[in-house]
Ligand binder design. Structure first.
Ligand code: ZN
Length: 145
């Protein structure tokens, strides 16, 4: 039973957001929206007393809550894109979420993996080991720990 890969649990979270990729060679430089699908995968050293890595409801509450508060129905922009962000929030009152990088699926997945999950799950004996973010049904970025 050596080298058996650990059991994981994965929660899928969908949200809607707008973004644009600054200096993109094609139409992704224009503001547009996606129905994003985020999948976060967790491992624990041991299963809990009930036999879980972490309750799926806890992932929904923590990560789903963060997504609801920070990304869902927002515009996600590179922090060099403040003029656009200001125009959008001035006109529509929408929240703008700024990243220190272009908001590609890759950078957004990395942000969830490296910045968001470690803080949200610090109080639990679990670790996020994979984040996959679909921008479309056909395109996703994935980061593994
Ligand atoms: Zn896009």
């Amino acid at each position: 039973m050596k080298n058996k890969s650990p059991i994981t649990c994965t929660r899928r979270i969908e949200f809607d957001a707008a973004h644009r990729v600054m200096e993109h060679e094609g139409k992704c430089k224009h503001l547009h929206g996606h129905r994003y699908v985020l999948e976060a995968t967790f491992v624990a050293k041991n299963l809990d007393a009930l036999g879980r890595v972490v309750d799926f409801g806890v992932i929904k509450q923590e990560l789903g809550g963060w997504i609801d508060d920070n990304w869902d129905h927002t515009t996600i922009l590179f922090d060099k894109d403040k003029a656009l962000g200001k125009a959008i929030s001035d006109i529509t009152g929408q929240t703008i979420f700024y990243l220190h990088t272009n908001p590609t699926a890759e950078n957004m997945a990395e942000y969830i993996m490296q910045q968001v999950c470690p803080k949200l799950f610090a109080h639990l004996p679990v670790e996020c080991v994979r984040v996959r973010l679909n921008e479309t049904p056909n395109c996703y970025a994935q980061i593994e720990n």
